[in-house]
Design a protein around this ligand. Sequence first.
Ligand code: ADP
Ligand code: MG
Length: 244
Amino acid sequence: LRRRIIRAEKMEVVGHLAASISHEVRNPLTVSRGFMQLLLQSERMNYKDKQYIQIAIEEIDRAEAIITDYLTFAKPAPEHVEKLNVKTEIERVIDILRPLANMNSIEIQTSLLPFAVKGERQKFQQCLLNVMKNAIEAMPSGGTLRINVSIDKDYVLIHIGDTGVGMTKEQIERLGEPYFTTKGAKGTGLGMMVVYRIVETMKGDLFIHSEVGEGTDVYMYFPSYYKSDIEKSSGRPQFEQVSY
Ligand code: ADP
Ligand code: MG
């Protein structure tokens, strides 16, 4: 028992550390990036020097992107499993992403219902953020981001659809594989890995339907709060694959 307690305390330290990484490492990154941007404008810099600085800026952006995919909502307090209102959590994530959506001329359409699921708030928000951010990034020249909430038997279904570039079969298969990205230096290939992990922790499931040039639909199922304890005994439910 004692060992367990020590381990729990260590886990808590890990939690704190994660939060510091997101808050206290982001700031110095931003400051460093700012100074490098200034150097780029300096007339004393030759072409070669500017190239080095450009690379340094790209690397800082990469570190920033990794923090975004893992730790956007990390806070110093340890997390606990609680009742989450999916409508409230989705709205919070939309607020964060709205500037990015506006920049890409993306219209956000929602049909949200206040169903309850069980989970850790920050992780749930991170999961929603990573999927929605991908949807937005898939529509660089505009489109529609649709977010619907519905109930399917004992599950809350969150559907996130975009009218973006879509994915090939091979790309769908590789989704969630660490470092798989089609976004070059701008991508981390970590966002969907994080999503799959969180969905699994919450005993949920995830389906993807995508057509190149048409768009992508992500269907996330989470056990309804009121049913989440019952499901444990009967094992994982089998879903019928969503048909089109
Ligand atoms: P990243 O976004 O950093 O590339 P992710 O793990 O979030 O990493 O996504 C991996 C890859 O999956 C993306 O690079 C992209 O090719 C593909 N992908 C994910 N979501 C979508 C989407 N909504 N539309 C098109 N492609 C997507
Ligand atoms: Mg991503």
